[in-house]
Design a protein around this ligand. Structure first.
Ligand SMILES: *[C@@H]1O[C@H](CO)[C@@H](O)[C@H](O)[C@H]1NC(C)=O
Ligand SMILES: *[C@@H]1O[C@H](CO)[C@@H](O)[C@H](O)[C@H]1NC(C)=O
Ligand SMILES: *[C@@H]1O[C@H](CO)[C@@H](O)[C@H](O)[C@H]1NC(C)=O
Ligand SMILES: *[C@@H]1O[C@H](CO)[C@@H](O)[C@H](O)[C@H]1NC(C)=O
Ligand SMILES: *[C@@H]1O[C@H](CO)[C@@H](O)[C@H](O)[C@H]1NC(C)=O
Ligand SMILES: *[C@@H]1O[C@H](CO)[C@@H](O)[C@H](O)[C@H]1NC(C)=O
Ligand SMILES: *[C@@H]1O[C@H](CO)[C@@H](O)[C@H](O)[C@H]1NC(C)=O
Length: 921
């Protein structure tokens, strides 16, 4: 029997008609297989959201019904539209289930929505707050105050969590060294969440989303402004006993005056009616293991209460009645200490410590620790139930921690520390003092040696963000250890559904510029390229682990360049350190997932996106919407550019995840990036034409790195039909027409952009549009080809006249023979047109667009003209012993620029011109 749900679709009915007024109708059903990327059904599923693509013209939002195989409920909504108003991407939510299917079939069919309603989530909204009932738990969210959750109540009526809030601690300064302590006048502050705004999703029978925004407000300590703004997204699925929490904070403090010493999420757990010996503490250890203790332990004592009593306590079950215990124990319970507080501290990715105490004022007792904690803590009782809080990627985001407090009192507490108060304060100050660099000339000269592009005042973390994911699980009684083990796994690798790569490719909804390996010619060269792509994906996964690229802000990023002498990535050398998406590794890893469905590539890419979209980009302030160039600190470099914040890096995750709301918000933030050019000229240090930006006046933008990023946000806003989609489409269209009208099209290099209407005019160097030539090797390196391929596909028949030709000219002439460049443009630049491997994909795209063999003929030889060598020996060398800090795999021939270029160009070329691939390269 098929159940289906048809909601959130009707609102967009008006968009269905084409401008011609013609109504498309296609009565062919489409059934799409979706599978768990881990290969089999998850042992536990608290509800899942996923995305599916659809070919142009097939399904329209007001006439399509989505159904799922089996007996399940399905909530469906549109996350993107084609130009003709047909559905491009959908998001789907399925409820929690005890036994998930191995795979599902989602069927889209034309016709009125099926009326059958699934048993679902109920949401009650009032002026005071919102109550969401999943059938398993009921959660109340207040609209004001300090609690972000008032109560979590199980279906059995037990309140197992209450007064959920965020906590923050900071101090106004740091002691530089131990001998300075006591000499300073450092102020200490404690804060908790203060709500500004709460919203709840509508029409959400399977999945309800409650979004809470606010700041942290002083709760104790000295006076301080509200700060560290947050957005919390609570996802609750039908039939689920869990809450997924996506927790985002934006650093809006002062790096020299606000040192964070703790960021946490805290819940109270009522314990009043639970005997101390029936209260249980579980703290995740290694590989699904955990510490299992009771507040009043009755094992290991000098006298034995009885085997049944001991095993019940260890297993988290209610002990047999105390009357049945050996009285030598039951008469002496008051002499057994109660363990009130527990702390797990994971201050490094390699080890955690554990301790407990009977109460404040008494010494802590060490508990043997271990390596990497799974990041979940449970407090509760055998009869009254309890709560578990799990922090995803726990040890990877060190320093982190888990606290249990007041377990021996009427109301216990669990705190998940996203930044552990046991760690040194979070120090976001610049790592150097400016080195006396005052003039642009000096700054450019320093760039020559450390590759860092520094400028006073630009090395600020003000406005960067971090997102963490947590799960909160509710229980009617203490669960068995094995179940908690399953939840630890679930917290860290939440189940993900994905369609067949072949299907996703056919729809072209995720771009036509990649294809699954199965569509390749079966040549040896193609097989070698595939194995090289797998090598690169695996290499970076391994480097993350071997080089410990982890940490509160760092986790998810990779490094830029290797230092072969020190056998070390250049973590301390200016522009060679953190990669900040340089040369678009995001555009290699994401399509590599799309084409293979590989779970490890997915999780690597997801972590990359969660990092690059948050930490490397400004979310508030004067540079909102811009990212920072690669460097020792993610925000340290003075090049603040749109190429780093480009929506092109996020959109695959956005769609595949069913429209991840946090990533959607990051894309919204980039819609005002175009205004930043009126205040900040990315070329200010190298400009020779004397032009200066002025607010409200047209500003110069590069037609490569800048326009590709702006175009990516505009396109995505249009595809999403976001609140500014018409403005976005207008700006996109007008800038495209503007490029066409430039005498030399994209070869012009830059133009003056009017942020009011999105029109372009010739650059200041060529006001009369006589034709200038300015070609940069970087123009095409940040997703220009990919966004143009998607734009051309999206516009379809409505593509502005001449745009495709302007692009084809760039593709063809970027590295055409000098004589041909001269014949066409009056000058030539072949010698300086580097990144040939990367640009080979432009020729491949030219062939795809025209089927003109001239493009294809040159593409594969350009692919091999520089960069990584396909037929070379792709191996790592193991280094041990005194040469290195710890054993590592080394590949001195890999830089992230080249890896990204090779990966992306190989994927594009294999998709567009597999037939042109020679038998040997
Ligand atoms: C309907 O969909 C089928 C399958 O994708 C396609 O072949 C056909 O052209 C479509 N018809 C219309 C009218 O779009
Ligand atoms: C879809 O919406 C259009 C425009 O509002 C309308 O003309 C058409 O009848 C609708 N189709 C269905 C199947 O409801
Ligand atoms: C709360 O947020 C929503 C969505 O962003 C917005 O429409 C609304 O105006 C906000 N309300 C308040 C009181 O800020
Ligand atoms: C940042 O804090 C320091 C130290 O408290 C103070 O001297 C400085 O003025 C502050 N800067 C700003 C921009 O508030
Ligand atoms: C390339 O340009 C230079 C400078 O304009 C010119 O002297 C040279 O002849 C050109 N080369 C070719 C092959 O057109
Ligand atoms: C193929 O493209 C090249 C380069 O733009 C052009 O010179 C040639 O005329 C094209 N051939 C055809 C058949 O269109
Ligand atoms: C590519 O690698 C092969 C095998 O190691 C080698 O023979 C060839 O010279 C290399 N080509 C280039 C251009 O480096």
């Amino acid at each position: 029997m098929l159940h289906s749900f048809f909601a959130a679709l009707t609102a967009t009915a008006a968009l269905v008609q084409r401008s011609s007024g013609q109504q498309y109708q296609n009565n062919t059903d489409e059934s799409v297989n979706v599978r768990w990327i881990d290969g089999s059904a998850p042992a536990y599923n608290s509800g899942t959201t996923f995305g599916l693509p659809w070919a142009r013209g097939k399904f329209f939002p007001n006439g399509t019904n989505f159904a799922i195989s089996g007996d399940g409920a399905l909530q469906s909504w549109v996350t993107a539209y084609w130009n003709d108003g047909s559905i491009k991407w959908t998001g789907h939510a399925i409820p929690a289930s005890e036994a998930s299917q191995e795979s599902y079939v989602i069927t889209a069919s034309s016709g009125a929505g099926n009326a059958s309603q699934p048993a679902g989530v109920t949401t009650l909204s009032s002026d005071d707050g919102i109550t969401v009932d999943t059938g398993k738990i009921s959660v109340s969210f207040p609209r004001t105050g300090n609690n972000v959750i008032d109560q979590i109540t199980t279906a059995g009526g037990k309140v197992v969590g209450q007064n959920g809030k965020l906590v923050l601690h900071s101090q106004s300064g740091v002691s530089e060294d131990i001998q300075d302590r006591g000499n300073s006048s450092i102020g200490y502050f404690g804060f908790e969440s203060a709500i500004d705004n709460v919203t709840v999703s509508e029409n959400s029978p399977v999945r309800t989303l409650v979004t809470v925004r606010g700041k942290h407000q002083v709760a104790n300590g000295e006076d301080h402004d509200d700060w560290l703004q947050f957005v919390l997204r609570f996802y609750l699925y039908a039939n689920s006993d869990a809450i997924r929490l996506v927790h985002s904070v934006v650093f809006d403090g002062n790096s020299t005056g606000d040192f964070i010493t703790g960021v946490g999420v805290r819940f109270e757990v009522p314990l009043t009616d639970e005997e101390l010996y029936n209260r249980h503490v579980r703290i995740a250890g290694v590989d699904g293991g955990m510490l299992s203790e009771a507040v009043k332990g009755i094992t290991g004592l000098r006298r034995d209460p009885g085997e049944e009593v001991r095993s019940a306590q260890f297993n988290g079950e209610a002990t047999p009645s105390i009357d049945t215990w050996d009285t030598r124990v039951s008469s002496r319970l008051q002499w057994i200490p109660d363990w009130n507080d527990y702390t797990l501290s994971q201050l490094s990715p390699d080890g955690f410590t554990l301790k407990k105490r009977t109460k404040p004022g008494q010494s802590w007792v060490n508990i043997p620790g271990s390596t990497r904690s799974g990041g979940l803590a449970y407090l509760g009782g055998a009869t009254q139930g309890g709560l578990a809080v799990g922090l995803r990627n726990f040890w990877k985001h060190y320093p982190v921690g888990l606290d249990i407090r007041d377990a021996a009192t009427d109301v216990g507490q669990i705190t998940a520390w996203l930044y552990s108060p046991e760690a040194p304060p979070l120090d976001l100050r610049p790592y150097h003092d400016g080195l006396g660099l005052e003039t642009y000339e000096e700054q450019l000269d320093a760039l020559e040696i450390t590759y860092e592009d520094w400028e006073e005042g630009f090395d600020t973390p003000y406005g960067v963000a971090r997102t963490n994911e947590l799960y909160i699980y509710a229980f009617d009684q203490t669960p068995p250890q094995d179940h908690l083990s399953t939840l630890i796994e679930h917290t860290n690798t939440p189940p993900v559904l994905y369609a067949e790569p072949e299907y996703v490719h056919e729809t072209k909804a995720a771009g036509n510029w990649w294809a699954p390996p199965s569509s390749n010619t079966s040549s040896d060269v193609a097989a070698k390229i595939e194995s090289n792509l797998e090598f690169l994906a695996k290499f970076y996964q391994d480097q993350v682990e071997q080089r410990r690229w982890y940490g509160f802000f760092d986790s998810g990023d990779i490094m830029h360049t290797y230092d072969v002498d020190r056998h070390q990535w250049r973590y301390d050398i200016g522009g060679y350190a953190w990669d900040n998406s340089e040369l678009s590794p995001d555009l290699f890893f994401w399509p590599q997932f799309l084409r293979t469905g590989n779970k490890d590539v997915y999780r690597f890419s997801e972590a990359l996106t969660r990092h690059t979209g948050e930490v490397d980009v400004y979310h508030i302030g004067q540079w909102k919407g811009l990212g920072t160039r690669h460097g020792v600190q993610h925000w340290g470099d003075s090049a603040k550019q749109a190429r780093i914040s480009t929506a092109q890096y996020r959109k695959i995750f956005y769609f595949v995840s069913g429209g991840d709301e946090r990533v959607g918000e990051l894309v919204d933030e980039t819609l005002d990036t175009d205004k930043t050019y009126e205040r900040l000229d990315p070329n200010r240090k190298v400009r020779t034409d004397g032009w200066e930006p002025a607010p409200g006046q047209p500003a110069t933008i590069g037609l490569g790195t800048d326009w590709s990023a702006l175009a990516a946000s505009w396109l995505l806003e249009w595809e999403r039909r976001g609140s500014r989609w018409q403005e976005a489409k207008t700006k996109l269209t007008n800038t495209m027409i503007g490029v066409v009208n430039l005498k030399n099209g994209f070869v012009t290099g830059s133009a003056l952009f009017n942020s009011e209407d999105g029109t372009l005019s010739p650059p200041p160097t060529d006001p009369d549009n006589e034709g200038v030539v300015a070609v940069s090797h970087l123009a095409g390196a940040f997703g220009l080809m990919e966004v143009i391929a998607e734009i051309i596909e999206q516009f379809d028949d409505d593509l502005p006249e001449g745009f495709q030709q302007a692009w084809l000219d760039y593709c063809y002439y970027y590295r055409a023979p000098a004589a041909e460049q001269t014949a066409r443009y009056g000058t030539n630049w072949t010698r300086t047109a580097t990144l040939r491997q990367d640009h080979s994909r432009l020729l491949a795209h030219g062939y795809y667009l025209t089927q003109n063999q001239t493009y294809a003929d040159r593409a594969w030889s350009e692919f091999e003209a520089d960069g990584l060598n396909t037929t070379g020996t792709w191996e790592v060398e193991r280094l041990n012993g005194s040469e290195v800090l710890a054993p590592v795999d080394e590949a001195t021939w890999i830089s992230t620029n080249e890896a990204a270029n090779y990966g992306l160009a190989a994927i594009v070329n294999l998709a567009y011109i597999p037939e042109a691939l020679p038998e040997s390269l």
